[in-house]
Design a protein around this ligand. Structure first.
Ligand code: ADP
Ligand code: MG
Length: 360
C-alpha cells in the first residue's frame, strides 16, 4: 500500500493597512500577508481519525475524518478549527483520510493579526490536498472562512483568508471584496510598516463584531442595496456605522493610490482618518488603542490606526524605514510609562502566500 508523502502546509497571518469592517460589506481592504505563519506538518493517521497537536497550545485533538463531529463541542477548543475545516472540506466533496497533524505558528494568537485564519487556511489546504483535491485559491478562502465560522460562530468577512492565500513578498493587496479582484501593490523600500500590540487582548470582539455586522446589514436593507458597498455618502450621512463603511472604502482606494505614488504623508493621514472613524463612528476602539496611535504619531510615525476588528490587540502605523526602529522604541517606552501596559512591537515585512513544502 502506498503512503502519502509527508508534507507541510504553511499559511501566513496578515496585518491590515487600511479598510476595517468593510470586507463583509462587499467593500475594499488593503492588507498584507505577514512573514509569520502557521505551519502544519501532515502525516498519515489511523482508524479514520484526524488527530492534531499544537506546539503552542495544549491538548490532543481527535475528530472523525468524515466530518460528523460538531465543531463547537470539540475540546481542546482550538481543535474546533480542525473539526470545522474537516466539515467544511467534506461538504465540498473532499474525502479526508486518517491524518496526524502537527500545528506550529509564529503568528501571535488573539492579537488581531489573524492567527485563526492562518490556522484555518493551512488546515483547509492540508486537508483538501490529503483528500487529493486542489482548491482554487478563492474557493480555498471561502472554505477556510466556512471552517472558521463553524469553529467559532463569528460571521467574518473574507479579507484574512484572501490575504493569506494571495500574499506577495513586499506587496500590499488591494482586495475588492465584492468581485474578489486582487491587485498586488509594491510597498516602497523606504516605507516601513509598524505593528504595536497594546498589551490587552481583544475582549468582546466576537459579540460586538456580530452586532456591528448586523447593523451594517440592517442599514443596507433599509436603503434597498445588497451591501453598503453600493451606498453613497449622501445616503448614510446620518448613520455613523454605515458612514464608517462608506468613507472607509473611499480611504482604502485613496491609500492604494498614495502607496503607488510612495506618498507617505497621505498614507499616514488616511490611516489617522480611518482610526478616527473606527473610534467615533464605528465605536470599536479602546482608550489603549487610541493612546497607542497617538504616541506612534508623536514618536514620528506618519500615521497609525487600530487594525483588525478592534476592541484590543494591535495598531498598525507607517514611517520612513530609516526612522522605524526609533519610532517604535520611543512609542513603546512612552506607552508603557503612560498606561502601565507592556506593548509588543515589530516592523512587519510582507511575506509570501500560503503554500506547500515537501519534506523527506
Ligand atoms: P487572532 O485571529 O486575532 O489571532 P482569534 O481569537 O481570532 O485571534 O484566534 C485565536 C485562536 O486561534 C486561538 O484561540 C486558537 O483557537 C487558534 N490558534 C491560533 N494559533 C494557534 C496555534 N499555534 N495552535 C493552535 N491553535 C491556534
Ligand atoms: Mg481571528
Amino acid at each position: 500500500m502506498s503512503r502519502p508523502p509527508k508534507v507541510q502546509w504553511h499559511a501566513p497571518g496578515r496585518v491590515n493597512l487600511i479598510g476595517d469592517h468593510t470586507d463583509y460589506c462587499g467593500g475594499f481592504v488593503l492588507p498584507m500577508a505577514l512573514d509569520r505563519e502557521c505551519v502544519i506538518t501532515v502525516a498519515p493517521g489511523a482508524a479514520d481519525r484526524v488527530n492534531a497537536t499544537s506546539l503552542q497550545l495544549e491538548g490532543v485533538v481527535d475528530v472523525a475524518a468524515d466530518g460528523r463531529d460538531d465543531p463547537r463541542a470539540v475540546e481542546p477548543s482550538w481543535g474546533r478549527f480542525v473539526a470545522g475545516a474537516v466539515q467544511a472540506v467534506t461538504e465540498r466533496g473532499v474525502r479526508v483520510p486518517a491524518l496526524d497533524l502537527e500545528v506550529s505558528s509564529t503568528v501571535p494568537a488573539g492579537s488581531g493579526l489573524s492567527s485563526s485564519s492562518a490556522l484555518a487556511v493551512a488546515l483547509t489546504l492540508a486537508l483538501a490536498d490529503a483528500g487529493g483535491v486542489e482548491l482554487d485559491r478563492r474557493d480555498a478562502a471561502r472554505v477556510a472562512l466556512d471552517a472558521e465560522v463553524r469553529a467559532v460562530g463569528v460571521p467574518g468577512g473574507l479579507m484574512d483568508q484572501l490575504a493569506s492565500l494571495f500574499g506577495q513578498v513586499d506587496h500590499a493587496l488591494l482586495i475588492d471584496c465584492r468581485s474578489l479582484d486582487i491587485e498586488a501593490i509594491p510597498i516602497p523600500d523606504d516605507i516601513a510598516v509598524l505593528v504595536a500590540h497594546c498589551g490587552l487582548p481583544r475582549t468582546l470582539a466576537d459579540s460586538e463584531y456580530a452586532e456591528r455586522r448586523a447593523a451594517c446589514e440592517r442599514a443596507a436593507a433599509a436603503l434597498g442595496v445588497a451591501t453598503l458597498r453600493n451606498a453613497t455618502i449622501e445616503q448614510v450621512r446620518e448613520n455613523p456605522r454605515a458612514r464608517h463603511v462608506v468613507t472607509e472604502n473611499a480611504r482604502v482606494l485613496a491609500c492604494a493610490d498614495a502607496l503607488r505614488a510612495n506618498d507617505l504623508d497621505t498614507i499616514g493621514a488616511l490611516m489617522l482618518a480611518s482610526h478616527a472613524s473606527l473610534r467615533d463612528d464605528f465605536e470599536v476602539s479602546t482608550p489603549q488603542l487610541d493612546l497607542l496611535v497617538e504616541l506612534l504619531v508623536e514618536a514620528g510615525a506618519a500615521g497609525a490606526r487600530l487594525t483588525g476588528a478592534g476592541f484590543g490587540g494591535c495598531a498598525v502605523g507607517v514611517a520612513r524605514s530609516r526612522d522605524a526602529h526609533n519610532v517604535l522604541a520611543r512609542a513603546a517606552d512612552r506607552y508603557q510609562a503612560a498606561s502601565g501596559l507592556e506593548p509588543t512591537v515589530f516592523i512587519a515585512r510582507a511575506g509570501p502566500a500560503a503554500g506547500r513544502t515537501l519534506i523527506a
